[in-house]
Design a protein around this ligand. Structure first.
Ligand SMILES: [Mg+2]
Ligand SMILES: [Zn+2]
Length: 182
């Protein structure tokens, strides 16, 4: 069976506006170009969300709150005929030293195995250096978006020596780069 390609998506600051530990539906706001971009990719790629949700570990909101908010995103995309195959979330804080918080690769390793993914031809898209490090650790291509927290972290990329495949200013432009990538 042929291996499939994946787009692994950060959530906050990548798909939706990053409103710092958002979990209330009233704070839900899809970012520009996300629907159009995902539609352009959906024939060639499977979509997954991998998100660090330390707001759970910090007690700002519960797993149930997270799921309700995340299901809203999944359903909004579904009404546009876009399927997110699965969402993976880390509920821990950094100090927990868990195995699932990006840039640790537990979730991406699971995705590769369970869905028979060709990781070298897959992409991680995110707005934080840890997203890029996560993609690099897993062996896929990476796009750093300057949406969300991205712009503030541009200097960190350099100082940490993390080199994304592409840096782009919004989701739709990132998608066009993916489609044109050799
Ligand atoms: Mg983010
Ligand atoms: Zn974790």
């Amino acid at each position: 069976m042929n291996k499939k390609k994946a787009i692994i998506l950060d959530r906050d600051g990548t798909l939706i506006e990053d409103k710092n530990y958002a979990y209330k539906l009233e704070d839900f706001e899809l970012l520009d170009g996300v629907i159009d971009g995902l539609k352009l990719l959906q024939n060639d790629f499977l979509f997954f969300i991998v998100t660090n949700q330390s707001g759970i570990g910090r007690g700002f909101y519960s797993i149930k709150d997270f799921q309700k908010f995340n299901n809203h995103l999944i359903n909004v995309l579904k009404t546009q005929n876009i399927e997110i195959v699965k969402t993976y979330f880390c509920p821990h804080v950094k100090e927990d030293e868990c195995k699932c918080r990006k840039p640790k690769t537990k979730f991406i390793d699971e995705i590769i195995k369970e869905f028979n993914i060709d990781i070298k031809k897959s992409w991680m898209i995110g707005d934080h250096p840890s997203d890029i490090q996560f993609g690099i650790n897993a062996g896929c291509r990476t796009i750093f978006l300057t949406t969300g927290h991205g712009f503030e972290h541009l200097d960190d990329l350099k100082s940490l020596g993390i080199e994304p495949t592409i840096i782009q200013e919004n989701f739709l432009k990132a998608v066009k780069d993916i489609l044109e990538f050799p």
